[in-house]
Design a protein around this ligand. Structure first.
Ligand code: UDP
Length: 329
């Protein structure tokens, strides 16, 4: 029996693979290596290079490895890119998820965990935002993920099939053992970008918008350590295997930091200065978004271990240094 991780060579997926391996699970990864790296999973899992919409390949993989659960990370994740290329996002995130779900159902895989996003809420009317809030995504990225959640909901009603959709807030940090981390080239996520600036990989960075209606004028986000996040997936897997049924849950800590607070933390932890420029707002950005985090803790008995911004930054910086040493970026 094995767990199929799609996008397992990517940032979050590779942490998931290690979490599963640490728990004694067999893991098979399907990844087309468009942004992921084979070395990120080579030691831990069987890697099948291919697309999640290649149903012949996926179904053969499911049968060959006796897959009982799919954890689905493969997809595109950059909000502004989705604004300029909506159809690309609907293809990668929605259409291909549909194909994968169909393969799962056809092969009798009963447990499906989906990597959803807080972007399904858009700019919520209030925060913390809980799972009952109205879904009003403000970017094609958020809409593409919301549509997949809806497909899963309808399939769970129609078939012997359960799903967990975890709505991620801002995922960051790296494996504390430094076995994997965020290696994406041309990354756009705030902590990664700031760590690249702190380690001299980029000459400066930019703050996108300082005129938001927040205490310091910059956007507020709930930054969650990737190792805590993948642990929530493992707990969700256990819950579903025990017959727990479908679940939609936020995955964040319930606390927000502004862009400037994050940059300060990176400078403090790195013990270095770097140039920070002020720029205009970035398309598709929500003002402030912080998780109502109760459901995840209650339903999954999730107990985060790395809920500390400085520790998150220290792990992210550690990985950045490691990439530099290995000459990988
Ligand atoms: N951000 C920024 N400069 C950067 C990258 C991000 O000011 O180089 C801001 C971005 O506008 C947003 C916040 O940081 O307000 C978090 O963005 P990120 O891309 O990390 O995640 P998102 O919330 O878009 O998923």
């Amino acid at each position: 029996m094995a767990v199929l991780v799609t996008g397992g060579a990517g940032y979050i997926g590779s942490h998931m693979v290690w979490e599963l391996v640490d728990r004694g699970e067999q893991v098979v990864v399907v990844d087309r290596l468009s942004t992921g790296f084979d070395w990120a999973v080579a030691e831990a899992a069987t890697l099948v290079v291919g697309d999640i919409s290649d149903q012949a390949l996926v179904e053969e993989t499911i049968r060959q490895h006796e897959v009982d659960a799919i954890i689905h990370f493969a997809g595109s994740i950059i909000v502004p890119e989705s604004v300029s290329d909506p159809l690309g996002y609907y293809l990668n995130n929605t259409v291909k998820s549909r194909d994968l779900i169909e393969s799962a159902i056809r092969c009798g895989v009963k447990h499906f965990i989906f990597s959803s996003t807080a972007a399904v809420y858009g700019s919520p009317d209030s925060f913390p935002v809980d799972e009952g809030a109205r879904l009003q995504p403000e970017s094609p990225y958020g809409t593409s993920k919301m549509m997949t959640e809806m497909m899963l909901r309808d399939c769970a009603a129609a078939h012997d099939f359960a799903y967990t959709a975890l709505r991620y807030f801002n995922v960051c940090g790296a494996d504390p053992q430094m076995r994997t981390g965020q290696s994406t080239r041309g990354a756009t996520h705030l902590i990664k970008v700031a760590c690249e600036a702190a380690t001299g990989k980029r000459p400066h960075m930019e703050v996108f918008g300082t005129d938001y209606d927040t205490p310091d004028g910059t956007c507020v986000r709930d930054y969650v350590h990737v190792s805590d996040l993948v642990n929530a997936h493992y707990l969700a897997l256990r819950r579903m295997r025990a017959g727990g049924g479908s679940l939609v849950a936020n995955c964040g800590y319930g606390r927000g930091y502004s862009v400037l607070e994050v940059i300060d933390a990176v400078k403090r932890v790195a013990g270095t200065e770097f140039e920070v420029r002020t720029g205009g707002r970035r398309p598709g950005d929500a003002v402030a978004i912080v998780a109502g985090a109760e459901r995840c803790r209650r339903e999954l008995s999730w107990q985060p271990r790395y809920d500390d911004l400085d520790q998150i930054v220290a792990h992210a910086l550690g990985w950045e240094e490691q990439l530099k040493r290995r000459n990988r970026q």
